[in-house]
Design a protein around this ligand. Sequence first.
Ligand code: NAP
Length: 464
Amino acid sequence: MKRITIPHIGMRVVKTAVAVVLSYLVFVPFHLLYREELGGVLGQLGPLYACIASIICVQSTLGQTVQLGISRLIGIGVGGVLGTATLLLGPALDDPWIKAPVLGLVCVAGVWLCLLFRRPGACVMACILPCVILITGVTGATRYHYAIARILETVVGLLIALAVNAALPDHRPEPEEEEPRIRVELDNETRKLCVIGDPVLHSLSPALHNTMLQALGLNYIYLCQPVPRGKCAAWLESARLAGYAGFNATMPHKEELLPLMDELDEDARLIGAVNTVCLRDGKAYGYNTDGEGFLRSLADEGIRPAGLRVLVLGAGGAAKAVCLKLAQAGAEVVVCNRTVEKAAELCTHDPERLRPAGFDPETLRREAAGCRLLVNCTSLGMEGTKGRFADFSFLDELPRGAAVVDLIYAPAETELLRRAREKGHRTANGIGLLVNQAVLAMERFTGAEVDAAEMKKLLSDKLF
Ligand code: NAP
C-alpha cells in the first residue's frame, strides 16, 4: 500500500500567511480596496500587489528578503515607467495589430533594463506590469495612477514582509559566501602538478595555477599536497613514480629540496632555496622564481632597483630572495630584522650591497631616511597573525615619492600600506609577487609563454 506523507507546515509558511494577512488588513482601515470612485492613485490602490510582494519576500532569509525586495521594486519601477510610456502611442493602441508588437517590445526593454541594473530577479515584474496596463485596457492618465499605486503597494508589502521576517523566529541562516571553486576537466592524458608544504591547505596556488591552466587551454591539473617536514626525499620519489610533471614548494621545504635536485637554476643557487621543481626524463630540475617574480612586480610598478637605496624589513626566506635579487640588480640594501644576527647572516651573501641593522624604532627611522623603496618582508600585519608594527614613524623619514611594498596580500591593504598611502607614498601589495612567481613557474612547468599582465588581470578578476 502506498504510504501517504502528510506535508509539514513549518514556521516559514506561517510567517508567509501572517505577512499576507497583514498586507491585506493594512489597507482596510483606510478603505483602500480598489475603489474607482475615489479617483486618482487612491482609486487604484489595493492590497493585491502588497500581498504578492510579502509572499515572495517572507520565504527567504532576511538578507535575501532585502535583495529580493530591491529586485521587486526595480521590476515594478521599470515596468511602471515602460507601461506608462506606451501612453505616448495614444489611440493607436486600440488596434490589436499594433498593441501586440508593442507588448513584445516593452517586455524586451523591461528585461534588458533589469539586466542592465544586474537584477535578473526584477525581470518578471518589469514585464507583468506593462502587460497588465496594456492588456486590461487601463488608459489615459489612469495608467500613471495605476503604475504609482502598484509601486506603493509593493513598498507596503515589502516592509511588512521584512518586519514579519525579522520579528518572528526561524531565521534561516544567511548562506555562506562560497569559496571560488575551479572545475577542471580530466582525461587519461591530464598531467599532474601540485604545491607541497606543511601546512599547505590554505595555499592559493591551486586556484591560481588551475585558473591559468584553464585560460591557457593546457591539459594539466594542479593539486594541493601536504608533505611533512623532513620528507622531501620520499615525496620526490613518489612524485616521480606518480608521473608528476612538477610541483611548487612552500614553507618549510624550499631549502630541504636544494640538495635533492639533479640540476639547479642560477637563482635557486643564489638564493639557496627551490620553489619550483620540474620532473623531466627522470631528472629533477630546481628553480627559484620568487626573486625574479619580485623584480618583475617592481617593474610592473615602474620601479627600477639599479642605484636605489632600499630598506628591507625582515630577514626570513622571502627577504633573502628579495635582498639578493635587489643587490644583483644594483640596489643598496639595508636589512632591518628583529633578530639582527639573521640579518647579518643574510648580508654575508653580498656584503658590498647588503648591510644589516636592528628593528627598533630609532634604527628604522634612521635607516629609512633617504630610502626610495621600502619592502616589508616580515609577517607583521598579515591576516591570521597577531604581530603588528609597534611604530610607524619610520614612514615619516622616507623621502617624498618613495614606494612602499608589502609582500603580504591578505589583507589586500595592510596597516603599513594604508599609512604609507595616507602619507602620499606609492604603495603595492604582495599580489604582484604572487602572480609573477606563479607565471614564471607555469612557464617552467609547461614550456608555454605566459602573458603576465593578462594573467594578473584574469587572476585579479577571478580570485582577488
Ligand atoms: P619567515 O621566513 O618566517 O620570516 C618572517 C620574518 O618576519 C622574519 O624576519 C621575522 O623576524 C619577522 N617577524 C616575525 N614576527 C615579527 C615581529 N613580531 N616583529 C618583528 N619581526 C617579526 O617568513 P617568509 O617566508 O620570509 O614570509 C614573510 C612574509 O612575506 C609573510 O607575511 C608572507 O606571507 C609574505 N610572503 C609573500 C609572498 C607573496 O607571494 N606575496 C611570498 C613569500 C612570502 P625574526 O627573524 O626576528 O624572527
